[in-house]
Design a protein around this ligand. Structure first.
Ligand code: FAD
Length: 469
């Protein structure tokens, strides 16, 4: 006999666990099936959180070992690296947060069904439990929130040792002498930054003629200059045609993307970071009457319903940027729609942040988007070099760039490179959500001395009236 619920959520990543909690808050009897031994999905276990823990720790290491504190009168003895302790601290952050989600499930009476879910029919889920048993669950509403997996290239097999994905790059047992990263997206650049700070020589190979595809090109170019200055070798317009794992190293064959002579590069570890693919293989979607599109995603309507009544999908498994906060917001809205409320996500205002130093953050349209859509726009820019707090702290790299509609002045996009970019972008997202003009931002009082004054000055610059430039 199947156990009956109002809602079954498959997957307990940021999309699934948030949807389950919100549904339970709204009075729905909710089960969440998760096969991993801990809750929180990719994000908490092998994504956002462990990568940010290592970015933070490696930044502290570089700051101290690199002698950067001397300027502030702080003298240190010999600084050493205890990689095991650093990895342990990262694991403790992950454990604390995943346990926290478990506590929230208990508090909200969401039942965590530990096992792997498969559709039996449109309303029935067969679970192979982690203890080796079988269980059947039934519900009128089912949310698919199974997230995504590491993608590779057709000619490369990950062995988890010398040729690795992001998960292994979060737990390398020693600092590789030479780390070669395939892919110049944000995950590769964040993890490349971690290991460079800890002592690796890092080479990034990118197929396109620029890193950070999709990001405003001016920002991507500026960041490329910065990361090269930090010592990372960036080779754009190059394709990897083969990787051979040998006993003591990997041999990577690369050639120009447009064709040309190939060359070989030796590396101790190769990190394949070419994107992620939606995770649906194990679900037996056909039994639910569902299919995936050419990129493996589940097709949804604006309210997150699929074409099969009662089946919904959110997060990395559907269209849009593969980001935790996008998955969370979709989880909230989807649960509300199922409960009969109106849940909406404004997909035009999803910020994205790369947590390197400096950080790179964006929301809304890039200049390239606006040109392609033939929208006339004004640009306001302000460098952190002219921001008093950034100057005082000695972190003057980067700038704020605001793109506003030429006619209405409505803010269409904000792009920031700077040590605080990930925090500052929230103001831009809020402004855009409320349909603010650049003048609205410019007339808002910003605390002094803060990096946020650069956002105000960039807004003033849209009308050529920045004060500190
Ligand atoms: P997931 O988090 O992938 O969760 C899906 C869950 O479903 C998994 O736990 C999986 O075990 C489970 N599952 C799958 N199939 C089944 C099944 N059949 N039965 C039961 N359970 C199943 N995003 C950001 O916004 N900020 C960042 O800083 C950031 N950093 C990242 C760093 C790295 C290294 C990586 C890899 C990703 C990062 N991301 C970041 C992306 C982010 O992790 C994802 O966008 C987010 O986790 C997607 O959430 P989700 O709920 O859709 O799916």
């Amino acid at each position: 006999m199947a156990d009956e619920f109002d809602l079954i959520v498959i997957g307990a990543g940021p999309g699934g666990y948030v949807a389950a909690i919100r549904a339970a808050q709204l009075g729905l009897k909710t089960a969440c099936v998760e096969k991993r031994g801990t809750l929180g999905g990719t994000c908490l276990n092998v994504g956002c959180i462990p990568s940010k823990a290592l970015l933070h720790a490696s930044e502290l290491y570089e700051e101290t070992a690199g002698g950067h504190l001397k300027k502030w009168g702080i003298g240190l003895g010999k600084v050493s690296l205890d990689l095991d302790a650093m990895l342990k601290a990262k694991d403790e952050s992950v454990a604390g947060l995943t346990k926290g989600v478990e506590g929230l499930f208990k508090k909200n009476k969401v039942e965590w069904v530990k096992g792997s879910a498969q559709f039996k029919d449109k309303q029935t889920i067969a679970v192979s439990t982690n203890e080796g048993g079988k269980r059947e669950l039934k519900a009128k509403n089912i949310i698919i929130a199974t997230g995504s997996d590491i993608a590779s290239l057709p000619n490369i097999t990950l062995d988890g040792d010398r040729i690795i994905g992001s998960t292994e790059a979060l737990s390398l047992p020693s600092v590789p002498k030479h780390l070669l990263v395939i892919g110049g997206g944000y995950i590769g650049l964040e993890l490349g930054s971690v290991w460079r700070r800890l002592g690796s020589e890092v080479t990034v190979i990118e197929y396109m003629d620029r890193i950070l595809p999709g990001m405003d090109q001016e920002l991507a170019k500026a960041f490329e200059r910065i990361i090269k200055k930090q010592g990372v070798t960036i080779r754009t317009g190059m394709k990897v045609t083969g990787v051979e794992a040998l006993k003591t190293k990997a041999k990577v064959t690369v050639e120009p993307a447009k064709g040309g002579e190939s060359e070989q590069i030796d590396a101790d570890v190769v990190l394949v970071s070419v994107g992620r693919k939606p995770h649906t293989d194990s679900l037996d979607l056909k039994k639910a009457g569902l299919e995936t599109d050419e990129r493996g995603r589940i097709d949804i309507n604006d309210d997150f319903s699929t074409h099969v009544p009662g089946i919904w999908a959110i997060g990395d498994v559907v269209k849009g940027p593969m980001l935790a906060h996008k998955a969370e917001d979709e989880g909230l809205a989807c649960a509300e729609n199922i409960a009969g409320l109106t849940g909406i996500v404004n997909h035009d205002v999803i910020p994205s942040v790369m947590y390197t130093m400096p950080e790179v953050a964006s929301v809304g349209k890039s200049e390239e988007d606006l040109k392609a859509a033939d929208i006339a726009y004004s640009v306001g820019k302000f460098p952190f070099m002219a921001n008093s707090r950034a100057k005082t702290n000695g972190d003057t790299e980067g700038f704020v760039k605001i793109l506003a509609d030429k006619e209405t002045d409505r803010v269409l996009g904000v792009h920031i490179i700077g040590s605080m970019a990930g925090t500052l972008i929230a103001e831009a997202a809020l402004a855009m959500e409320f349909g603010a003009s650049s003048e609205d931002i410019a007339l808002t009082c910003h605390a002094h001395p803060t990096h946020s004054e650069a956002v105000k000055e960039a807004a003033l610059a849209v009308h050529q009236r920045a004060i500190h430039m």
